[in-house]
Design a protein around this ligand. Structure first.
Ligand SMILES: [Cu+2]
Length: 242
């Protein structure tokens, strides 16, 4: 009788574990520098009417990051629209195709959709998975994401990365790089107490063919903990279109 209860419980646990990253669930970030602020402003481009800005500021408690998102001009078809933080910034004169995969420092992967009721099991960069898709032509949302980091050097740090807006079929509509607009106080215990620009990612020899299909390449390098280590391996393995 006991077994009949335990077995289904175990199988449920096994299913839940499939959503956890190879490095575990995402950790809540508690030491975001107070006053640190970044924005990603969508460009005026001919291929889309989508415009807007993503503003990300450390929560005043240091716990998580407050996002303020204002978008306009979304198409009347092709939604609901998704948006994510992607691993790489858009290279100079580059396109959204070159932003690689979602920011996924815990190596969770894409196979199962994000469960918004268990956001720690989602890819850190899957903001719309955790907080909701865009369903209307004009979109405004504010929320705190507990797993995003504004501490340069951490895998969950996104100040040197990009945000990409997608159609529901995953096609990339538009994208923008995060830029620092306020440094804030350096947190104690930070792996790198210098300013964020020294931790930026850089592209080398961008413009290689087939990038939309296979984004991985040694052409991409990040500073800090990402340099030549985990992040570089991830970038090299990132063969997803998303
Ligand atoms: Cu994306």
């Amino acid at each position: 009788m006991r077994t009949s209860i335990i077995l289904p419980t175990l199988s449920l646990l096994a299913l839940a574990a499939a959503d956890t990253g190879r490095l575990g669930d995402a950790e809540v970030v508690t030491n975001n520098p107070i006053g640190a602020s970044y924005e990603a402003r969508l460009p005026n481009i001919a291929t889309t009417d989508v415009r807007g800005v993503f503003i990300a500021t450390s929560n005043p408690s240091g716990r998580g990051v407050d996002f303020q998102i204002t978008l306009d001009g979304l198409p009347s078809t092709g939604g609901p629209f998704m948006y994510h933080i992607h691993d790489a910034p858009i290279p100079p004169n580059g396109t959204c195709a070159q932003t690689l995969a979602h920011q996924d420092p815990y190596i969770r992967g894409e196979e199962t959709p994000c469960d918004a009721t268990a956001p720690q099991t989602c890819q850190v960069g899957d903001l719309s998975g955790k907080h909701g898709n865009i369903t209307s032509g004009s979109f405004h949302d504010t929320y705190t994401d507990l797993y995003a980091s504004l501490v340069p050097g951490l895998g969950s740090f996104f100040g040197n990365r990009s945000v990409v807006v997608h159609f529901s079929n995953k096609t990339r509509i538009t994208c923008a790089n995060f830029q620092i607009i306020g440094h804030g106080a350096v947190p104690s215990g930070s792996p790198n107490g210098t300013n964020a620009t020294t931790m930026g990612c850089e592209w080398f020899g961008y413009g290689y063919p087939g990038v939309a299909e296979r984004a991985g390449s040694a052409d991409y390098e990040c500073g800090g903990e990402d340099a030549g280590g985990f992040g570089a391996v991830l970038a090299a393995l990132a063969a997803f279109v998303l």
